[in-house]
Design a protein around this ligand. Structure first.
Ligand code: FPP
Length: 259
């Protein structure tokens, strides 16, 4: 089976749904970032505990990671836990930390098979010891992979990202390694958690909320936003194609005029 036949078959779907032929594989967004929202509502609508919503969310995530690799997306990042999510009930926070660690351990063979390199956005040093250990193990084991970068934003906040960058830059200036006049957009970017990665071209938010929730505030200045009412556990590879199709229908002007 050729690569394109394999891809066709992976994305085969009912004829009235969005299909692979609706998108152009040579104009894909380089970096897709997702605010995965709606796990709790998905569970509550079924009379289930919120925990089961997060577990179902892991299945969606796995599907979207696989779909992204197959399509040839260069960077996929997802907002898994914000600096504000510590305010959730303790048992939910514990469950999420456990889920991140167990999922990562379980999926390490998949990352090896798919040549996926892991990254984390956020202060992972402040996470519980087991989660931190697994994350560091994941970074180490995937560091030489050359395929898609899969970045998990955990204990991440856009404002905190800017604060920690400002602190690092100030230290460099204090130590005489950087002059204030050297600080430009490129230098600032290089101190953010996303350092070395392209800014997101497309940001997808599930569950219909029209807000950014303190996510990648600096980096998404010119990202295209796609908001769907679909709850994260219901989000499929075809929903992903639909978001990419919508992105490809837009004209990106970056403040300029249409050429
Ligand atoms: C938002 O839904 C979702 C989260 C805060 C957690 C997202 C985490 C996962 C999908 C698991 C990912 C696993 C790994 C390994 C990264 P919500 O709980 O805010 O939903 P609600 O708004 O309906 O209450």
């Amino acid at each position: 089976m050729s690569i394109s036949q394999e891809l066709e078959s992976y994305f085969s779907c009912p004829p009235d749904d969005t299909s692979l032929s609706d998108i152009s594989l040579n104009r894909l967004p380089s970096h897709v970032s997702i605010i995965m929202d709606g796990n709790g509502r998905w569970a509550q609508a079924r009379g289930l505990d919120r925990a089961l919503g997060h577990k179902a969310g892991v299945s969606s995530l796995k599907e979207i990671v696989t779909a992204s690799v197959r399509l040839g997306i260069k960077v996929l990042s997802v907002y898994a836990f914000s600096t504000e999510n510590w305010k959730r009930p303790q048992h939910e926070v514990t469950l999420l930390m456990h889920l991140f660690a167990t999922t990562l351990v379980k999926e390490l063979p998949l990352f090896a098979q798919e040549n996926v390199r892991l990254r984390f956005f956020g202060n992972i040093d402040a996470l519980p010891a087991t989660t931190r250990k697994v994350f560091k193990q994941g970074l180490q084991q995937t560091q030489h992979n050359t395929g898609m970068v899969f970045a998990l934003a955990v204990n991440y906040g856009g404002r905190y990202d800017l604060v920690q960058a400002a602190q690092s830059i100030a230290t460099q200036v204090q130590d005489g390694k950087l002059k204030p006049s050297d600080i430009d957009e490129e230098v600032l970017s290089s101190y953010l958690y996303t350092s070395g990665l392209p800014d997101p071209d497309l940001v997808i938010r599930t569950s219909g909320e029209m807000r950014l929730s303190n996510y990648l505030l600096y980096q998404i200045a010119y990202s295209e936003l796609y908001i769907t009412k679909t709850l994260w556990p219901d989000f499929t590879k075809w929903d992903f194609l639909r978001a990419i199709k919508s992105y490809q229908e837009r004209t990106r002007r970056f403040g300029g005029v249409r050429s």
